[in-house]
Ligand binder design. Structure first.
Ligand code: ATP
Ligand code: MG
Length: 734
């Protein structure tokens, strides 16, 4: 029996964990220390040495992608098929279980999974049936609350509402919602876990079967399990099966979604004779990157305490770049990416990480402009996001009432009492008349063919669009966009979604306003004649459609990975950028309000830093337009927590005396492209003050292009931001 393949690629501590006699195990170790590797090799060991069949093994991973990778690695190690092994996420495994035992789980055979949007619609109906006003009882709040109960394993009958009228009502909604789901054969995400737990709890023979089947249960990223997941694991394991849990308390980043770090501590006391293994050698990152991560996380209290060291190389210092603004930041990142690829590296060795979804827009635009293929990992491109498509549909209707797709999309979003039946009637009418939906609706209103309620609602919608369009005349693009997201009710509608998701949607909507503002800036020097508002709007919509239409890089294409810090957990990349590392953005401003959240933000920072293998860039912008407004944030406290000797500041001096080409190209020797040849241009610098004969004084925001085509964006004190041709503009540095 040749086990060397399994044990050779491991260090002593890893080997101890992998080759231990069957038993409960807790592998508690920092990032990049080989926890996931131990899990994979442990499975191989159990199969090869302990004779476990693939059917005897259940492995829980953080994503479906991680599950696929795990299978592939085991197959490579053992040369066997892993068919029959249960590998997947908690939700995936629970679903599989319920499918197999739908009768005992009291579900119809073809039960459907209810996604968040469907869930909202259903909740709306349920609350309406109970006569509860949506204004007073926002459905998104109810949705969030019910999810939280399910994460804790609580059914309505077990919740003691006491004399609290609010709680009593919530429980009442929960119960009615549950009944409606049951009638419709619908299962939401939280229900998958809860129901799978109850399936075992209430069916001894099924539980016995699975306990016997799975003597070996292995869990990755254990620090992010919630109450019901932990209960589910323990129930399955019983007294006979063994759990191998690997995790890192310093990487617990889903507390806001119910995850419980304490599960790690409880594990050792809840289970029989747990072998605890600590891994201390990091194989992923250079010494400098690792030291930086260790230094940052050391600022948290109440850690379980772990040391991490590496005997890998020292590596390059961590580069911190203070960008002038978010555009400058994006351009800096794209330039570094191009350098890296020019040096012969693959694009998929690069990750750009950010705290908030909305930050991707500027980065995406930068990459698109330079035609660098990219992919958004675990998410959608900015212009493909639901809330953005909704807002764009309003803008499209303002520009063109006959845009049927836009009409369909938002006629009842946010809900305004225009039901599917009414829309169907409009469709039929339009088909018969051969006209657009908008025109059909208008005629139907004139001819009073609709019932009063539906008619009023539809009239309200047309009035809204007409009013928005009238307001749009002679307005700036960003003002129009701001008006649209407010007045349409989209901001409120998406904002009511509780928790991170609703907030993300709101931020994205606000970011659309930033996009509009930047677009006007980019729309070539248009000093004098303000273009017609609608024509500009049309140009913006075209460009947004093109951005969206580019589509993600093909699956096989070598592409840069963009993702939030949260979704980067468990992954590693030779080159990592952390963008937007500023106070209020990261740590997120919400974290200041809740105790414990700041430490969770810091853990997220630790996760980010430790994704980097060879090179790490941290960037922040001194001046940022994000979520539709302009902010001046200071660099994140997390940057300050990295010892200075590990950091190299890449800083563009904003001295006024610097000539333009230096401002644009002279950041730091190592990056310099040959300076372009344009001697006669005035010495302008980013952030410098200038005077224009017509617009007066202003501040230089950014440059683009070179030579005679060089353009400069100046934020004039009186007339706002404008793009000007440097060669023509007669700008005087002050
Ligand atoms: P995270 O906490 O980020 O999930 P982890 O502890 O799961 O990290 P792994 O992803 O398993 O760490 O390992 C990190 C890197 O180190 C991987 O590239 C892995 O292949 C490598 N590695 C792990 N153990 C060893 C070892 N003994 N020898 C060489 N390389 C190793
Ligand atoms: Mg891992």
């Amino acid at each position: 029996m040749d086990v060397s393949q399994i044990l050779d690629p491991l260090n002593d501590a890893q080997r101890e964990a992998v080759s231990a006699a069957p038993g409960n195990q807790l592998v508690l170790a920092g990032a990049g220390s080989g926890k996931t590797r131990v899990l994979v090799h442990r499975i191989a060991w159990l199969m090869r040495v302990e004779g476990a069949s693939p059917y005897a093994i259940m492995a829980v991973t953080f994503t479906n992608k991680a599950a696929l990778e795990m299978r592939a690695r085991i197959e490579a190690l053992l040369g066997v098929n892993t068919f029959g092994m249960w590998v997947g996420t908690f939700h995936g495994l629970a679903h599989r279980l319920l499918k197999a035992h739908w009768q005992e789980a009291k579900l119809p055979q073809n039960f459907q999974i209810l996604d968040a949007d469907d869930q909202l619609r259903l909740l709306k109906r349920v609350q309406a049936d109970l006569g509860l006003d949506e204004k007073k009882w926002p459905v998104r709040e109810t949705q969030w609350w019910i999810g939280a109960q399910k994460d804790e394993g609580l059914r309505p009958q077990y919740i003691d509402a006491g004399a609290d009228p609010w709680l009593q009502t919530m429980v009442r909604i929960y119960a009615a919602y549950e009944a409606a789901c049951q009638r419709g054969g619908l299962v939401d995400f939280g229900e998958l876990l809860l129901r799978a737990h109850e399936l075992w709890l209430n069916n001894d023979s099924i539980l016995a079967h699975y306990r016997q089947r799975f003597p070996f249960i292995l869990v990755d990223e254990f620090q992010d399990t919630n109450a019901i997941q932990y209960a589910w694991l323990r129930l399955l394991a019983g007294e006979e099966s063994y759990i191998t849990a690997v995790g890192d308390d310093d990487q617990s980043i889903y507390g806001w979604r119910g995850a419980r770090i304490e599960n790690i501590q409880h594990f050792s006391t809840d289970l029989r004779s747990v072998q605890t293994v600590r891994l201390e050698q990091n194989y992923r990152s250079t010494a400098r990157i690792l030291d930086a991560a260790n230094a940052v996380i050391a600022h948290n209290r109440g850690r379980l305490g772990k040391a991490l060291w590496t005997n890998g190389e020292e590596g390059e210092p961590i580069s911190v770049y203070a960008a002038y603004n978010e555009q400058d930041e994006a351009r800096f990142i794209v330039e570094r990416i191009k350098d890296w690829v020019r040096d012969g590296n693959r694009r998929d060795s690069i990750a750009v990480l950010y705290r908030s979804n909305a930050q991707s827009r500027v980065l995406e635009e930068g990459l698109l402009r330079e035609q660098v293929p990219y992919r958004i990992y675990g998410g959608q491109r900015f212009y493909e996001r639901l809330e953005i498509k909704n807002a764009l549909s309003y803008l499209r209707l303002i520009a063109n009432r006959n845009d049927d797709t836009a009409f369909e999309r938002v006629v009842n979003t946010p809900t305004r009492g225009i039901g599917a039946r009414t829309v169907e009637m409009v469709r039929t009418f339009a088909r018969e008349q051969g006209c657009s939906l908008w025109q059909a609706a208008k005629m139907m209103l004139q001819q009073r063919v609709l019932a009063a309620r539906a008619g009023n609602a539809l009239q309200g919608f047309q009035d809204l669009i007409n009013r928005l369009a009238a307001n749009a005349e002679a307005k700036k693009l960003d003002v129009i966009a701001g008006d649209v997201i407010e007045t349409s009710g989209l901001l409120e509608f998406h904002g009511k979604e509780k928790g991170e998701k609703g907030q993300t949607r709101v931020e994205n909507l606000q970011e659309l306003v930033s996009a509009c503002r930047a677009f006007v800036g980019e729309d070539l020097p248009q000093d004098e004649d303000q273009e017609g508002a609608i024509s500009l709007l049309n140009q913006f919509l075209d460009s947004a459609a093109l951005d969206a239409g580019e589509g993600q890089a093909e699956e096989f294409e070598d592409a840069v990975q963009l993702m939030t810090l949260h979704s980067a957990k468990g992954l590693e990349f030779p080159l990592v950028f952390m963008a937007g590392v500023e106070e209020n953005l990261f740590p997120h401003k919400m974290s200041a309000q809740e105790p414990g959240r700041m430490e969770e933000e810091r853990r997220l920072c630790y996760v980010g830093i430790t994704r980097a293998m060879r090179r790490l860039y941290i960037t922040y912008a001194e001046n940022r337009r994000l979520f539709g407004s302009e902010t001046y944030n200071s660099p994140s406290r997390f940057i300050g927590e990295i010892p200075a000797d590990l950091v190299q500041e890449v800083r563009l001096k904003t001295e006024i005396s610097r000539p333009l080409y230096q401002a644009e190209y002279g950041r730091v020797g190592e990056f310099s492209d040959p300076p372009p040849d344009f001697d006669d241009l005035p010495p302008l610098a980013l952030g410098g003050r200038v005077d224009h004969p017509k617009f007066g004084e202003g501040t230089v925001l950014q440059f683009e292009g070179s030579g005679p085509r060089a353009r400069v964006q100046v934020n004039f004190d009186d007339v706002g931001s404008k793009w000007l041709l440097v060669a023509m503009a007669k700008l005087q540095p002050m």
